[in-house]
Design a protein around this ligand. Structure first.
Ligand code: NAD
Ligand code: UD1
Length: 349
């Protein structure tokens, strides 16, 4: 199929970790992803990687999502060339929890301000389908697990968490104000791994904060030792429990959510939140053991103190996404960790 005959969709943050993998999944599903990124936390090589996997020179625009004039021109140009946008997948945001504590205004400006500019532009151009990157962080420490979408929000632990709650509210109000708006709020649990080709993956800048990049960097010798943040939690082995899902499963959920938006009645507005996870919890020690078993690599690690702000245990009830999006995860923890390791090996030391 030629680029022109496929539905075009905007992927903001398309050079980032989840956006780049989603672009691949969208292409596989017959869409033409139009990548947009200001390259604040990504490299142009990710765009080349997406193009290499898709074997196509997909469009990329280096634009800041807060730049309303450039966005407006992009929407107009796509319309004029006969490929109006059919939807938006909005990934562009800052995402480091610790950094958000030090720079709350920067997080509010980019994450909430960026969404506002995007929505104004979208409304002006009649683009009504929006898939948004939210996070299980909106639930805080849940009173019961697995957590379902009806669980109440807790007071956000960080400015980052607050921006996700605020964006969900902005999107809900937006949809109520606009006939025919279709919004999917995707609450990700812990995305890990990389495309199995190892052509694209996660590119953490500096010392990683998240478990999997720290673990793979330790296995490859970049870091000396992984510190397990606490083993005195009320969990089976004392370490925290999370729901780790493969980034390609997450990417495919976005395709399903976009299709869901497109099938909603054109005159009615709808906002729906979906948990995206495996439905299984894994502890930090289980992750380390699984990684060692499937890769044959040893991970030097020690038990350290608890990390401030950590939730003890959270995993998803993904039944709504299974039922309404016909989506469920296809790759297990072992596969996710193998793909994470293949990517780390390619990055080298
Ligand atoms: P990422 O940093 O790899 O990707 C985000 C991309 O957005 C980057 O390429 C960055 O350059 C770009 N960007 C940031 N601000 C921009 C702006 N103003 N204009 C244009 N581009 C901009 O992060 P990711 O892990 O791919 O996360 C994508 C989304 O998913 C984010 O909204 C994040 O908050 C959310 N999320 C991520 C996780 C996770 O564990 N990675 C979990 C829950 C939610
Ligand atoms: C964190 C954020 C969350 C964000 C997500 C993706 C916090 C409190 N939460 O989730 O809001 O959406 O990242 O960016 O920061 N761990 C170690 N040693 C390490 C690193 C992590 O033991 O060196 C443990 C953590 O204590 C946690 C688990 O590994 O139990 C996963 O940690 P991480 O990958 O940072 O993700 P979250 O904390 O779940």
């Amino acid at each position: 199929m030629s680029e022109g005959s496929r539905p075009h969709v905007l992927v903001t943050g398309g050079a980032g970790y989840i956006g780049s993998h989603t672009a691949v999944a969208l292409h596989e599903a017959g869409f033409c992803p139009v990548l947009l990124d200001n390259l604040d936390n990504a490299s142009i090589e990710a765009v080349s990687g997406v193009r290499e996997i898709c074997q196509e020179d997909l469009p990329f625009h280096q634009i800041d999502v807060r730049d309303g004039a450039s966005l407006d021109k992009l929407f107009s140009d796509l319309y004029a060339q006969g490929t109006p946008l059919q939807g938006i997948l909005h990934f562009a945001a800052h995402k480091a929890v610790g950094e958000s504590v030090a720079q709350p205004a920067r997080y509010a400006s980019n994450n909430v301000g960026g969404l506002a500019v995007l929505l104004e532009t979208a409304a002006k151009h009649g683009v009504n389908n929006v898939v948004f990157s939210s996070s299980c962080t909106v639930y805080g420490e849940p009173s019961q697990v697995p957590v379902s979408e009806s669980a109440p929000f807790q007071t956000a632990e960080s400015p980052y968490g607050w921006t996700k709650q605020a964006c969900e509210r902005v999107l809900t109000d937006h949809a109520q104000s606009l006939a025919g708006a279709h919004v999917a709020l995707l609450r990700y649990f812990n995305p890990i791994g990389a495309h199995p080709s190892a052509i694209i993956g996660e590119l953490p800048l500096g010392v990683p904060n998240n478990l999997i990049p720290y673990l793979t960097q330790t296995a490859s010798g970049i870091r000396q030792k992984l510190t397990v943040f606490g083993n005195d939690y009320p969990t089976p082995d004392g370490t925290c429990v999370r729901d780790y899902l493969h980034v390609m499963d997450l990417a495919e959920a976005h395709v399903a959510a976009l299709k869901w938006c497109k099938t909603q009645a054109s005159t009615s507005s709808v906002v729906r939140a979906f948990n995206l996870g495996t439905g299984q919890g894994a502890s930090v020690l289980e992750v380390i053991q699984t990684f060692e078993r499937v890769t044959g690599q040893q991970v030097a690690h020690e038990i350290g103190g608890r990390r401030a702000g950590d939730v003890v245990a959270i995993w998803a009830d993904p039944s709504r996404a299974q039922k309404e999006l016909a989506w469920s995860t296809q790759r297990d923890l072992a596969t996710s960790l193998q793909d994470a390791w293949r990517w780390q090996e390619k990055l080298g030391r």
